[in-house]
Design a protein around this ligand. Structure first.
Ligand code: AMP
Ligand code: MG
Length: 403
């Protein structure tokens, strides 16, 4: 077991236990937020055929070159979705709708606004433009690989997959992540509390974090601080899940049973990282399933998720930290308040990042204690202050913007 390691080293341990995810075929209706597991080659050209970008007139550019009114004979109307094939000759025009095929012989479009009909003729008073024709295959060629494995399916990607002819796509199965809170003091929200109890909150937030980065979560019943109860739940979770996240019980306290049980019966890769808050996480395996023990303090558990669990998802999905799903992104911000760093530790102070004419600026608004989950809601990011450095007013610093 390694102890007190850097965040980078901790990430490499966590990523070494990434899950080789199976694939599943899903309908496009269910594709939002999923990660493509098989690249998509287009089944069609886009556009499929030369078509008009405007409602107007398909004409021969050479007929309309003069800077004065041109009279052309109308030969018909080309509609989107119609199979009629039109052809025009010299001094002829075909009325055309946006998306309709270009008649043979036409090489330019005049906008409808630049025309006037006179019996069987149209009087053209504006420019005929070749650029108003959308050329077959100018966006995508049939057979071209357009979306690659690892691509995050957002709304435009879903439209693109449909454009290319896919009703079903192959995506990575969602990793199943178990979330287990531990602590004798914890009571479900909605229940009565006695003097020494508090509401259990971590499992709900962590389960939501799992979902927001593309996983499926199983929230187990809270485990009291007892080796036997914890062992039972870990055994169950290791059957059900690809990754186990516990909350609480990994510090130096007498009742920190996650750490104790892992020492006695599990396999620990590392304990404690050089980060504040979020120093005490523990990572290892329980019955062949990777397990990460998150600190119980709510802010710590959320921050450790951002820094250590997201990399497990990106490794499993074969994406990288800059592609979705992510919880946010690294940015440079200018501090408008002072924030204290930490000796020998990466320091994550909660900050509110806003746009200003000078670029991104950051302010602090609440008590920074690692027990104060309100600080995660009042702010929208956190500092990435290197060890032994403070953020002074006016300093440009690295930060993580949760968005
Ligand atoms: P621990 O890591 O178990 O020593 O817990 C550290 C602090 O976090 C204590 O104040 C606990 O009461 C609190 N805590 C632990 N687990 C949770 C939880 N699931 N929800 C809310 N607070 C918790
Ligand atoms: Mg505890």
């Amino acid at each position: 077991m390694e102890r007190g390691i850097s965040l980078e080293r901790a990430i490499s341990f966590v990523q070494s236990e990434k899950k080789n995810l199976s694939l599943e075929s899903i309908h496009l209706d269910n594709a939002y937020g999923r990660i493509l597991a098989k690249s998509l080659e287009s089944k069609v050209d886009d556009p499929r055929f030369h078509n008009s970008a405007m409602d107007g007139w398909a004409v021969r550019e050479e007929d309309c070159l003069e800077n004065k009114k041109t009279i052309l004979k109308i030969v018909g109307v080309s509609e989107a979705g119609s199979n009629k094939n039109f052809q025009i000759g010299a001094k002829e025009a075909c009325k055309i709708m946006t998306g309709a095929p270009i008649p043979l012989g036409a090489d330019a479009i005049v906008m409808i606004e630049d025309s006037e009909i006179d019996n069987n003729n149209v009087i053209i008073s504006g420019p005929a433009r070749k650029t108003y024709i959308r050329r077959k295959g100018e966006n995508i060629s049939k057979g071209e690989e357009i979306l690659s494995r690892g691509h995050f399916m957002d709304a435009s990607s879903i439209s693109l997959a449909a454009t290319m002819g896919y009703e079903y796509i192959e995506v990575f199965c969602k990793p199943v992540v178990g979330v287990i809170s531990t602590g004798n003091e914890l009571v479900m929200p909605g229940k009565e509390l006695n003097e020494s109890q508090i509401y259990e909150s971590n499992s709900f937030g962590i389960a939501a974090l799992v979902k927001s980065v593309g996983g499926e979560s199983i929230r187990y019943e809270t485990v009291s601080d007892s080796l036997d109860k914890l062992r039972d739940t870990l055994n169950q979770a290791s059957e059900d899940c690809d990754l186990i996240l516990t909350s609480g019980g990994v510090s130096m306290g007498d009742f920190d049973f996650v750490r104790k049980l892992m020492e006695l019966e599990g396999e620990i890769y590392f304990w404690k990282i050089k980060m504040r808050p979020g120093g005490p996480p523990l990572f290892g395996k329980w019955n062949k399933t990777p397990i990460l023990g998150l600190p119980g303090n709510p802010v710590s558990s959320h921050l450790v998720f951002s820094m250590l669990i997201c990399p497990w998802f990106t490794a499993s999905f074969e994406t990288n930290e800059n592609s979705k799903p992510t919880l946010g992104r690294k940015v440079r911000v200018k501090m408008l308040n002072e924030v204290k760093g930490a000796p020998e530790k990466l320091c994550l102070r909660r900050i509110k990042i806003t746009n200003s004419p000078d670029g991104l600026v950051a302010t602090t608004h609440t008590h920074q204690g690692s027990g104060n989950i309100h600080s995660m809601v009042k702010h929208n990011g956190f500092t990435l202050l290197p060890p032994d450095t403070d953020g002074k007013i006016g300093d440009m610093i690295d930060a993580f913007w949760l968005n």
